[in-house]
Design a protein around this ligand. Structure first.
Ligand SMILES: CC(C)(COP(=O)(O)OP(=O)(O)OC[C@H]1O[C@@H](n2cnc3c(N)ncnc32)[C@H](O)[C@@H]1OP(=O)(O)O)[C@@H](O)C(=O)NCCC(=O)NCCS
Length: 273
């Protein structure tokens, strides 16, 4: 049993963006300052401080139609195994309960062992893949897609809209919404790698063709959070030099609220769903 410390849980504000970034960087995650600003502006982010230093966080990001994502559950190494993550996730669940929200999250293996006992149940699995050296070719160009068409497809996949998130992603310097045939994906900056996702396509062949084409337009390392059941897609990626870095387990707390009409090939990221 974790030794529950009498630590104070506080609600964080946008001024905590760099302190939050230090925690996700310590865990070698890919979030950048813009991601933290989005959580701190649009979500409810709880934290624990040791004097002036932020030592732990957890965020609740309300979306639409009674759904919210929990993420950025981070505890600095020295403060782990004292029940802090459990208390922070509990604070997120309380905030969700007060607002009548069903909560979702994509857990790392360490995170899943915190969330299971709290009552989260597993749904689908993800695989994070990384391509260290995209085969950049100067001459490659890809069609771009508009944010409204992309958001409509995301809504069919999620079962609810998250237009504010996608609009913010799309407006960032370095973001692109790219299409080839029926396949379309959002590419955005991260701390150490560019991230591809969400990615929608009618077939694994089309999804792989788009990822291949994106790779030919990129110079930085790339990440994809693929849906594990899209096996031919993942096999195609590993065959093309992508490495599986880690699994994530999607989990839900509360009743099922969504009806997905399309299974994506890759998601926006474990922190965003
Ligand atoms: C995962 C993490 C947030 C846990 O924080 P924490 O404050 O140490 O968690 P808690 O003390 O509340 O742990 C509660 C229980 O979860 C389980 N647990 C926590 N971390 C675990 C680990 N690394 N391995 C196995 N079980 C673990 C244990 O059962 C623990 O109870 P116990 O200490 O009595 O055995 C922290 O290790 C971390 O920041 N890791 C890196 C980032 C990360 O993976 N975040 C989760 C994202 S989904």
């Amino acid at each position: 049993m974790a030794d529950i410390e009498p630590v104070a849980i506080v609600e964080l504000g946008v001024d905590d963006a760099l302190a939050g970034l230090a925690l996700s960087t310590e865990a070698r995650w890919n979030q950048n300052e813009a991601d933290w600003r989005f959580f701190l502006t649009n979500g409810i982010v709880f934290g624990v401080r040791d004097g002036p230093h932020l030592v732990a966080t957890a965020a609740l990001l309300p979306y639409s139609a009674g759904n919210a994502w929990i993420s950025m559950v981070l505890v600095t190494e020295r403060w782990r195994r004292r029940g802090i993550a459990t208390r922070l996730v509990d604070a997120c669940l309380d905030a969700a309960r007060q607002r009548g929200l069903t909560t979702w999250l994509d857990a790392t293996p360490a995170g899943a062992s915190v969330y299971g006992p709290l009552g989260f149940t597993p749904t689908l699995q993800l695989r994070r893949l990384r391509l260290e050296h995209p085969s950049h070719e100067a001459s490659t160009a890809l069609a771009t897609s508009d944010i409204d068409t992309f958001s409509a497809r995301d809504r069919r996949a999620m079962g609810f809209e998250r237009n504010a998130l996608l609009a913010e992603f799309g407006a960032r310097t370095g973001s692109r919404i790219l299409s080839q045939g029926n396949a379309t994906a959002l590419v955005r900056d991260g701390r150490t790698a560019r991230h591809i996702g969400p990615l929608f396509a009618d077939s694994a062949t089309d999804a792989l063709a788009l990822v291949g084409a994106i790779g030919r337009t990129e110079r930085s390392p790339l990440l994809i959070d693929a849906i594990a059941s899209q096996e031919p897609f993942i096999a195609g990626l590993t065959g093309a030099g992508w490495n599986i870095e880690r699994p994530f387990q999607r989990m839900r707390f509360g009743r099922a609220t969504t009806q997905s009409e399309e299974l994506p090939f890759a998601v926006a990221g474990p922190e965003f769903g």
